[in-house]
Design a protein around this ligand. Structure first.
Ligand code: KDG
Length: 336
């Protein structure tokens, strides 16, 4: 069992029932979610010691967010309490040719207003093997970006492996701001997760070279970008999920990985995911699956296969959290 720490914002998710549009809904379904919280839940679910760091308000909604994590086995003893509010996101789930919609109501949330002094990073990272964050947290506020960098410095000082999911959120910041903040944070990162759009918007990479092994045009673009990213930031692995969208409820789902140490590029098996029940958290379940594979000691190709199977299964589960079990993921990886 590995100790994995994730840090970010947990939010109250209010989604329209079924596939109702916002205008139709008389009530919302309630659950909790957020990029890094979702990763912590998956890892706890696979049997790892997963610890989530955030700040929530000292009120019953903050308590409910923490309880939702505890129910899934996530360690929340390093959650800070205070501030004014928990962030909210509203979700209208799309189907067929109608895309999902997300509306954020998260300004001035407790984590957005948190200070470095709210967290004892020495204690938080004691005995930890891995630290995961995403590009969402530094996007939430300048203060949250400062807290993220303080966490990264502390994690690196202890020799902990660090992963990032670039997760560009255009509703939270511009590409220019993202590049300014995130480029600096890459010096602490070992494993970088993000698709082509993230690589361009968050770090400014575009395909441009021709020195690649993949025959497929899309994969060649990824291999090219990944090589550039490794050359600039010396990442150990660069990883992306790959979505082929046939409709909002019917996708092809696979992933690719570049090994920065051996210069090997690998494309996973592809799954047809239909009908999609809930795609939110699909990227987080992928990140968690890859992290799980790597901390378990799997080789990088098998870790990727575990991640892509875990996230394919997530698409069948309502809510942000991926509640599939390790045997269920293993069965999909091992199946025809
Ligand atoms: O990856 C899932 C997230 O998008 C969702 O939980 C909401 O954290 C969220 C965000 O900021 O988009």
């Amino acid at each position: 069992m590995a100790k994995v720490v994730t840090m970010g914002e947990i939010m109250l998710r209010l989604s329209t029932p079924g596939f109702e549009k916002f205008i139709q809904a008389d009530n919302f379904d309630v659950c909790y979610g957020g990029g890094e919280a979702n990763v912590a839940v998956s890892l706890a679910n696979y049997g790892h010691d997963a610890s989530f760091v955030t700040k929530v308000p000292k009120n019953e909604i903050g308590d409910c967010a923490v309880a939702a994590l505890n129910k899934m086995g996530v360690d929340t003893k390093n959650v800070a309490h205070g501030g004014d509010r928990l962030g909210i996101y509203f979700l209208e789930t799309g189907a067929a040719m109608r895309a999902s919609k997300v509306v954020y109501d998260r300004a001035h949330s407790a984590i957005a207003e948190a200070e470095i002094s709210d967290f004892d990073f020495d204690k938080i990272f004691e005995g930890a093997d891995w630290f995961h964050f995403t590009g969402i947290t530094p996007a939430v506020s300048d203060k949250a970006a400062e807290v993220t960098e303080a966490a990264l410095k502390a994690a690196k000082a202890k020799g902990i492996t660090v992963s990032v999911d670039l997760n560009f959120r255009k509703k939270l910041w511009s590409s220019e701001k993202a590049q300014k903040v995130m480029t600096n944070l890459m010096q602490y990162v070992d494993v970088c997760i993000g698709n082509e759009e993230d690589a361009e918007k968050v770090l400014g990479f575009k395909p441009g070279n021709t020195d690649v092994t993949s025959g497929d045009l899309e994969l060649a673009g990824y291999e090219d970008i990944f090589k550039q990213m490794v050359a600039k930031f010396n990442f150990k692995y660069v990883v992306s999920s790959l979505r082929e969208s046939y409709s909002a409820s019917d996708n092809g789902w696979s992933a690719c990985i570049y090994n920065g140490e051996t210069s090997e590029f690998y494309h996973s098996r592809k799954y047809r995911v239909t009908p999609i029940v809930d795609r939110v958290g699909g990227g987080d379940s992928f990140a968690a699956g890859v992290i799980c594979g790597l901390v378990d000691g799997k080789d990088f190709k098998s870790a990727l296969e575990f991640g892509v199977a875990a996230s394919a299964l997530k698409h069948t589960i309502p809510g942000d959290f991926n509640l599939v079990t390790r045997p269920e993921v293993d069965a999909l990886v091992g199946g025809d």
